[in-house]
Write a protein that binds this ligand. Sequence first.
Ligand SMILES: [Zn+2]
Length: 151
Amino acid sequence: MNQTKRKVKEQFHLFLSNKGLKGTLQRSLILDAFLDLDRSTHIDELYLILRGKHPNIGHATVYRALRLFASAGIAREINLGDGLTRYGVAGGRRHDYLVCNDCGTVTEFENGSIERYQAEVARSMGFTVQSLKIELRGVCNRCMAQAGRHS
Ligand SMILES: [Zn+2]
C-alpha cells in the first residue's frame, strides 16, 4: 500500500470514528477500488468494476460510499456540466481536464507552468484565487482515429 493510500485510509477511519460510524467491509472494498483506480471516476463505472469482483455490492451502496468519501474529505466531486458527478481522490494535486465531446472521456492532466502563469496573472490584477478548474473540450485521439476510418 503506498503512502497516499495509507494516509487516505487513516483519514477515513478517523472521520468514521468521529461520527460514531463503523467501518464496514463493503465500504473498505469500495474505498480500495476507488483508490486503486487512481483517477477520477463516476458511480456507474466504479459500480461495474466492483461488481466484477464482489457481486454482493449494490449500486446504492457504492453511491452512499462515494458520498461518504466526499463528506470525509477524501474524495472531491467534479462537475463538468454534463450531468455526471465524477469523484477524484482529494488531497492530491489539482488537476485539469481534457473532455472529449464525442465519447465523454475525461483525462486529467497537470502542468506546472499553466498554474504558475495563472497565479501570476491573478497577482498582477490584485486578485486572490480561491478555486479554479481548467476544462479543455475537444475530440480525443480514439474518436479522431475512428472518425478518420469512417470518412
Ligand atoms: Zn472520444
